[in-house]
Ligand binder design. Structure first.
Ligand SMILES: [Zn+2]
Length: 61
């Protein structure tokens, strides 16, 4: 059983067991669902975009 493995979420910075992998980065399931619910006019939206941009920057580097 290797379900104890935790990854550090790129959005909240917390170690989590459940989430999704994008490229080589990890987003926990709670941040993922929060991002899905976040609207463009939400004040947290730019924060999520900035965190995600880190992934794209590394991916295209
Ligand atoms: Zn998270």
């Amino acid at each position: 059983m290797d379900q104890e493995e935790t990854r550090t979420c790129i959005v909240c910075g917390q170690p989590r067991e459940e989430g999704i992998h994008i490229v080589s980065e990890f987003i926990c399931s709670s941040c993922e669902s929060e991002m899905v619910r976040t609207k463009v006019e939400d004040e947290k939206y730019p924060f999520f975009i900035r965190q995600l941009r880190q992934i794209w920057v590394r991916f295209h580097a």
